[in-house]
Design a protein around this ligand. Sequence first.
Ligand code: ACM
Length: 711
Amino acid sequence: MTVRTILRPAPNAGATQTQRKEIMRPTLILAILCFAFVPAAAPQDQAAVPDLAPLPIHVQMGTGNLLIDNSFSIAIDGHTGDLLDRGALRFLGNLSHETGIPMHARLGDPAKATIIIHADHSSPAVQQAVEEENYTLDVTTSGAKITAPTPLGVLHGLETFLQLVQITPDGFAAPALHIDDQPRFPWRGLMIDVSRHFITLPALRRNIDAMAAVKLNVLHLHLSDNEGFRVESKIFPKLQGMGSDGLYYTQPEIRDLVSYAHDRGIRIVPEFDIPGHSTAWFVGYPELASAPGPYAIERGWGVFDPAMDPSREQTYKFLDKFIGEMAGLFPDAYFHVGGDEVNGKQWDGNTKIQEFMHKQGIKSDDLLQQYFMARIQKLVAKRHKIMIGWDEILAPGLPKESVIQSWRGQDSLAAAAKLGYRGLLSNGYYLDLMAPASQHYLVDPMSGDAAALTPDQQKLILGGESCMWAEYVSTEIIDSRVWPRNIAIAERFWSPQDTRDVDSMYRRIDSEGRRLEWLGLTQRTSHYAMLRRLSGSNDSAPLSVLADTVEPVKGYARSEANEKANVSATSSAPLNHLIDAVPPECDLARHFSAAVNALVASQFKDAATEAQIRAQLIAWRDNDAHLEPIIVGSYLLKEVAPLSQNLASLGAAGLQALDYIDKGEAAPDAWRTQQLATIAQATLPQANLLLMPAPAVQLLIQASSGANGTK
Ligand code: ACM
C-alpha cells in the first residue's frame, strides 16, 4: 500500500524525584538564559516601527503615544452595519482582555471617541474572493482613526491597532503613526484537515480568531477523506451516521461557524475530496464505490484504493443532490472537490468500468478521472458555485473559471496560469511537515516558473493556503502545529514580496504568537499541561529543559519510522508523547546557535555571550540527573531517556571545548574525534525527536582545534 503522505511534496527546498531545590536550579538558569538569548526588543523610541505581523506596506512613525485607559471608546462614522458594529464591540472586548482594563462595550459618539472607524460602503452579504481590503490607520496622541473603503479594511485596521498596544512606563499605549496597508494577494488561506482527526468547534473558532488577527481570510475545511466524513447530510444521513464515529458538525453548527468566520472577514470554503480519498463515504453508501464493500472507516494513513465509480449514472445523481445540499449550507462561491491522488486500482479491477471506458473511448485512468471531474464541474456550476481542486483536476476542457490549488509547486501553478486558470499555492506551506517558519516564509507564490509569467498571467495567482494535514494533529495540539509558524505564511500572502528579513520575521511572530494567547490560543498552555501530564506527580521543570531543546522529526519521517518499527499509527493512537507536546520549532536552539556563531565571530572574546553559553551548557549537562528519576516513573517518557543522556553529553562536550579554547590550548585530536562521534550520535532521531543544539555544540568542538582562532 502506498503511503499517502509520502506522495506529498517534500518541503520546498528553494527553496527543512530528587530534592526540589536541585530540580529548580537548571530551570531557573534556563529561564534567565532564554531571555538572554532573545535579541533585545526595539527600544521605545519614536522611530522604532512596532513589531507588526504581517508587516504593513507603509508605516510612518509619529511622535508620542496614545494612552489607553478605561475612558477608551470607539465610534463608527460613515457607513454602518452589523459587520462594523460587531467588529467594533469585539475589538473593545479584545483590547480590554489584553490590557486587563475594563471598557464599556458600547459604541460612542464620533465627536468624543478615542478611535473612529470609517468605511465608505458596505461589503457584499457573502464575502467575495476579491474585495477591497485596504485601510489607513492614523494614531495621534489624542486619538486614532481607521479609514477604509469597506468593513473588511476596517476589520484589518482594528487588528493592526490591537498589535500596536504595548505596556509603557505611563500605561498601555499605541505609538503615534500613520499606516497605509493593503494585501498583496486576495486569497490568504489556512486549510484544516478535520477528517483524519476531528477538530472541535471551539478549536476551529479560536483558529479563526488567530487567522483574523494576522489578516488571513479563507478557512478551507477538508471535510471528508478516508478517515472520516465530518458534515451532517440530511439527504444522505449514513454519510455522517456511518462515516464519522459520531464526530461531525451538524448543519446548525456549520451555519454558526460560517457566520462566526464571516464576522471576522473570513470565508469558509468546504472541500469534499472525490473521487479518491473517499472511503468514509462508502461505509454508508458502498454502491458509490468502484469495488463491492463492505467498507469501514480507514484508521491509518495513506493513499488507499477505494474510489467512486465514474461509470454509473447513479454516482452523479447522488453527487448532484449532495452538492446541492452542501451548496446551500456553505454560502461561499467556491466549492472544493479535491481530485487528488487517485491510484486507479479499483477502476482497473472492475470489468464494468473497463467496458465503460472502452465504449466511451476513454484510454487511461487519468482520462477517466478527467471525465469524472468534468461531470462534477457541471454539477458544481449548476449550483452556481465555482469548482476548485488540487493540481490533478487540470486537464483539457476544464472550464476556465475553475481554480487550481497546487500541492505540487509553483511550476504547476504557472503552467495552469499560462492556460488561463487561476491558482493558489500550497506546496511549501504544509504545516504538518514540521519545517521551520523561515522555510515557509521564503516560499513565494511568484517564484519558480511563476516569476516568468506575464503581468496578466500573474494576476491569475490569487494567493495561497497553508495546509494543516491531520495525521498527527488533535484538538489538543492543533494550535501549536499551526501557530506561530502560520503568521510567517500570513505575512508572505499579505506583505510586499520583498519583505524577507528572517530575523525580523522571527522577532515579530514571537511577539504576535504570544499575543494570540489573549485570544484563547493554546499553543503554550497546552505545551506546559502536556509536559505536566508526561511527568505525572513530579515537577515537570526537568522535562521542560529537555523539551526546549528538541523538535519533531521532519517531513514524513514519523510515518516512515512507525512503518519501519511496525508501530501502527492510527487515528485512535494517543497523541500524548513528547513529540506531540513540543512545538515544531525550537526557539532556544536557534538563539543558542546564534549566540555560538556570535562567539566564534568574536574569536571567543565576547565574554558576556560566552558566560551565557556556559550557563546553558551547564544546565543541559546537569539536567539528566534530575530528569532520569522522572523518566523511570512515566511509561511515556521511557523513550526519551537516550535524548536526555545525549543532551547531557552535548552540555559536557561544549563546556570542555570552551575550557580548551579559554586556556588557549588546542583540544587533542583524539578528544575531538570522540566528541564529534558523540555529536553524530546525538543528531540521530530518538523517539522521533531531534536534539537541535547539536550543530552549535559541534561548532564549539571544531573551534577547539585552534584552527578557527581562539583567545
Ligand atoms: C495532497 O497533498 N494530496 C493534496
